[in-house]
Every structure is written in C-alpha cells, then in structure tokens.
Design a protein around this ligand. Structure first.
Ligand code: M6R
Length: 607
C-alpha cells in the first residue's frame, strides 16, 4: 500500500528518494510524487501511474539534499495528480507525506475551510500541512506535535519545512516508519526495503512517537515531549528484496522457491526422534501448551486461509477446539476473549492493519496473542512479542504463494507440539514429524512434474465463472485457489466445501463451466467422487487435483493433475501448488500485470 521515503544528508536527495520508491513499488500504488526542500519554497512533482513516469517528469528537478517522496494507493479521493502526495500548505513552504487514515478529516476540513484554507485535493492528508502551518510559531517540531493533537486516526508521516532545511519531522501512530541512520545522513521509510541499501542501522518508531531527523542523528520523543533513549537495531542482512533471479516475474520465482522456503521454516524445528516440534519463539513450556483449551487464528486473505488449514489440523490431531477468524471482522463483532484461548495472528507482511487492530483488541481484553509472521521486526511481530517467524525470505509479488506454504508449515509444527502434550503417541508423532520433514522434497518433486497445467489454463481462461471445491483439509486450499485466480486473472470465482455445492452453487453449472476440485486421497475420497459425479452430470469441465496413483479419480477428470502422496493434514502444502500455477499461467495468458494486479496492494495498511 502507500509508501514513504525521506532523505536528509549531503548527497542529492532525488536519486535516493526515487530508488526508495522503486523498492516500495511491490506494495501496490496508483500515483507517486516527490517534494524537495528549496530556499524559495518546496519544489513539487507528482504523477498518476508508475514511479518510472515520475522519474521521467523530474529530469529538470533542482539540486537538493532534503526531500520526501510517496507512492499513494487511493483511499480518500480518486487517482489524480491533485490527490497524489506530497501535499503542501497554502504558502508552499511545508510539505507532508502520510500513510494511514485521518478519521475526523471532515470536521477538520470544515474547521480549516472556515478559517480561510482552500483545499486543493479530496484527501484526508491535506489537512496535515494546513494544520501544521496553523500551529507554526518558529519551532517545526512543536507545530507538528500540536497539529497532531487534532488528529483522530492512523498515520505515519514525514513533514518537510523549506525554512528549516536542517530537519525532517517524523511521527507515527498505527502506520509503520523506520529511520535508517547513515554517516551524516538519514533515510526515512515506511518499509525497511527503502533503507537497507543505504544503512542497516535503524530506529523503528513506535505508536505516539515523534522523531526529529537531521544530518547529525535522530532524537525520538513521545507526543507528550518525554525524550526517549534511542533503540538502534540492525536490519537482517537478507532483508533486501532479491532480484527476480532470471525469472520473468517475482510470483514465478516465489512459487519455485517453495522447496527452499518450506525447508527454512522447518529447519531446526522438527524433532524426528521424539516425534515432536520445537518453536522456541513461542516461549511455551509443555505445561503451558497442555493448558491451552482453544486456539483461534486471525488473519486476512491468504493468511486467513492458512489459519483455516491450521485450525482444522489442530482439531484433527491435537483434539483442541480451534477456528479461524477473518481479522477485519473480528474486533467489530465484539468478540468474547476467553483466558484459556491462545490466539495466533498470521501475517506475511506483519503490517496488515486489520490483523493489527484485531490483535490490539485481544490484548486489550487480556488475551494472549502470538505472531506467525514472515517479516522480522514488523509491527505485528513486535506487538505480539512472542511467536514464530516463517523465514520465507521477502515475498514481493502481491499474490501470496510461498508465505502460504510456510504459514501452513509453521501451524502444523505448532499442531504437533500441541498434540504431543496431549494424547498423541510417540509413534504417531514420529509419523507426523517425518511427513513434515519430507515436505520440501515433495514440493520440489511436484514443481518438477507439474502435470497438464496448460490444459487447465485453456479450460479456465475464457470462463465467465470458475467453481473451486474441496472437502476437509482441502476446503481452505480451494478458497486459496479461488483467491489466487481472482487476483491474477480477474475471473469471477468462488470456493465451496464440495458437500455444500448441491445446496446452491450447482445452479451455476452448465456445459463447459470449469470446476476445479481439490481432492487428494483422504478419508473423504468416496464422498468427493460422488460430488464429482454430480459435477459431470451437469456437463461441467472437471479439473481434479488428485494424489498420484489414484487412477480411478484421475479417470473421472477432464484434466487430472497429480500431486505427490502425503499425510492428509499435510496435503494443503502440495495441493495448493497446481492452483498457484494455474492462476499464474492464466494471468499470463490474459496479459495481466502478474506481480502487481489491479487495485491490490502487497501490504494493506488501512482498515
Ligand atoms: O501480509 P498479510 O499476510 O497480513 O496479508 C494478508 C492479505 O492482505 C494477503 O494475504 C492478500 O490476500 C494477498 N494478496 C493474497 O494473495
């Protein structure tokens, strides 16, 4: 979603800002802009479209060693140059970039309008430079602090003052910001990706903190003025977004990486002899685990689907009641937070606002939340304090792939730990541990032998509607397959538990309607075959993801895609792979923007 970059130092700011914006492109945006500090005011350039377009438009930019830049994902107001950030005050001497949402913007716009301010955009952000101007009496830091007293909502912001070229003022409440500290310079960003090529020494701002950034360093204070000790951290060396390494798209690279990313998630965590798993970051003793009476996962999109696969596994193996919750719904339905429940906040980015808000609500009510997060040091990981890192490496494509398989892997490790503190035997534990340890090899085997993906793509690419079906552990996989195809191909799809098809969605089927049935061999196999017969009887085109060797099932399909045999609760880790490939190749066949599908953002930082 929106991205912020700021620079102060002795180098030219513009190349640093533009390179930073390029590194944040993967998050999704629809316009971009830059502001440079000049003695005669702020120099501003904004554009609708890509950072590449902005780069063309700033060729005549003046020299400056102070600047801020932004990529905007439209919320308040359409995708126009006027709505793009940075926004300036009426004098053109203060510029602000902002991520987040100002909830009381209507009242603030009315107040400022009554005072004579003329707004030039439809955004919530524009109130900020006007409010800061209203409070500016010499000290820029004080002006920002007093302006923020009016604001209700979330923000990560950077303010630039043409009359104070020695500082940038930064503030955070609910939207991440990091200050990278270089030698006589500083790079500010909403994502460490834009900082890492300049310095690994960073300060993460916390909520309700304000930082004054200059060439000689940074000082951080609370909104009430209390000065804080600097907590300088080192960004992980492998944080840097890798290049595509010869792949045409990040998504293709990330699909192919899954044998390695799952192996990294498993490394050092499977105890084959004891038939157990170790997740040290949870800091839970066996006694603590044994006391857990229910598990609730919270997440959005793909992370929600992974949570659902995890919850099914927890109930099946550990016999602990478990359910998956959609984070964006959770806190708004006044949830009951039981003290004997363990909540798992699942997020690739660790920045998803809905998940963050849900975990805040749980913590407020005294609940215990642990993170299942990919990005080390992200807001959700920090807010949880304890949890499991996925170690998938950076996921750049907007459509999540390798994060899903790592999330499910991490949840299965947790399931095994939980189950072993109950009545799961050593022998059965060893069987599950072996099954988990073999996943990277099975994933690699499938990706080397993907089967007739082309035939599946030919069946779905011109379809008006695609139905995904699955039973048990395969239902979350069906949901994930439908989400991927929607995101990549913009084809209307839905996913149903296969037994539910006859209660409504079967009305959608006619000759040639593609139905993608996720049906690895498990204890629901015979029921799945009956559902397939119902599909075939309507003349629909049946694409079946089945276990290699299940020839009877393969024979029923118009397109049969075999995945390696695995233990039933591990099956999502292999049966999701063909669905990722179908979505990728269908998007490609339709000429879609694979890594940045329309309207989507990688990291959804607004509720
Ligand atoms: O970073 P998170 O895992 O919290 O993101 C959650 C969803 O926004 C994300 O999974 C989204 O649904 C993806 N685009 C799916 O491909």
């Amino acid at each position: 979603m929106c991205g912020i970059v700021g620079y102060i130092g002795s180098r030219q700011a513009l190349p640093v800002l533009l390179e930073g914006l390029s590194r944040l492109e993967y998050r999704g945006y629809d316009s971009a802009g830059v502001a440079l500090g000049q003695a005669d005011g702020v120099w501003l350039q904004r554009t609708v479209g890509r950072v590449a377009d902005l780069k063309r438009e700033v060729r005549q930019a003046p020299a400056a060693s102070l600047g801020i830049a932004h990529t905007r994902w439209a919320t308040h107001g359409g995708v126009t140059v006027a709505n793009a950030h940075p926004h300036t005050d009426a004098t053109g001497r203060i510029a602000v970039v902002h991520n987040g949402i100002i909830e009381n913007m209507t009242a603030l716009r009315a107040m400022l309008t009554a005072e004579g301010v003329v707004f030039r955009s439809e955004t919530d952000t524009e109130v900020l430079p006007h409010l800061i101007r209203r409070h500016l009496q010499g000290d820029p830091v004080d002006a920002v602090r007093r302006a923020l007293e009016h604001i209700r909502g979330t923000y990560g912001l950077v303010a630039l003052f043409a009359d104070h070229p020695d500082v940038l003022v930064v503030a955070r409440n609910g939207s991440p910001l990091v200050v990278g500290m270089g030698d006589g310079e500083a790079v500010i960003a909403s994502d460490p990706q834009a900082v890492v090529e300049h310095t690994r020494r960073v300060v993460y701002l916390q909520d309700r903190e304000l930082a004054v950034v200059s060439t000689s360093g940074v000082d951080v204070r609370r909104f009430d003025g209390t000065m804080l000790d600097l907590n300088v951290e080192l960004i992980d060396a492998d944080y840097d977004v890798a290049n595509r390494e010869g792949f045409t798209h990040f998504m293709a690279k990330e699909i192919a990486e899954q044998p390695r990313s799952v192996r990294r998630c498993l490394r050092g965590r499977v105890d084959a002899d004891e038939g157990n798993a170790r997740l040290g970051g949870l800091q839970l003793s066996n006694r603590d685990l044994a006391a857990v009476q229910r598990v609730i996962t919270i997440g959005c999109g793909t992370s929600y689907h992974a949570g659902m696969a995890g919850a099914l596994a927890i109930e099946a193996l550990a016999r602990v009641p478990a359910r998956a919750e959609i984070a964006s719904e959770f806190r708004h339905r006044h949830p009951i937070i039981l003290r004997d429940a363990l909540f798992l906040a699942i997020s690739q980015s660790g920045e998803t606002a809905d998940t963050l808000a849900a975990l805040g609500e749980i913590q407020l009510k005294g609940g215990e939340v642990m993170g299942v997060v990919n990005v080390v040091g992200s807001t959700i990981a920090r807010a949880c304090g304890r949890g499991v890192y996925l170690h998938s490496g950076p996921e750049v494509a907007v459509a999540s792939t390798k994060a899903f398989t790592s999330q499910v892997t991490a949840l299965l490790l947790f399931t095994l730990m939980l189950a072993r503190t109950r009545d799961l035997s050593l022998t059965r534990g060893q069987e599950v541990a072996r099954a988990l340890a073999s996943v990277p090899e099975k994933v690699a085997h499938y990706l080397d032998h993907p089967g007739p993906i082309d035939a599946a793509v030919a069946a779905v690419k011109d379809a008006r509607y695609v139905l995904f079906l699955g039973r048990g552990f395969s239902f979350p996989v069906a949901l994930e397959g439908a989400l991927k195809l929607k995101e990549l191909a913009y084809i209307p799809c839905e996913a149903y538990p296969a037994g539910e098809m006859k209660h409504g969605p079967i009305a959608m089927l006619e000759a040639g309607t593609p139905v993608i049935f996720v049906a690895p061999t498990d204890d629901q196999r015979d029921k799945a075959i009956s559902n397939m017969m119902e599909v075939k009887a309507r003349g629909a085109t049946l694409i079946v993801i089945h276990t290699a060797g299940d020839d009877e099932m393969a024979a029923l399909a118009d397109v049969a895609i075999a995945v390696p045999p695995v233990l039933d609760l591990v099956s999502p880790l292999v049966s999701v792979l063909p669905l990722q490939l179908i979505a990728f190749h269908t998007g490609l066949a339709l000429g879609r923007d694979i890594d940045k599908p329309r309207n989507l953002a990688k990291s959804v930082t607004v509720e």
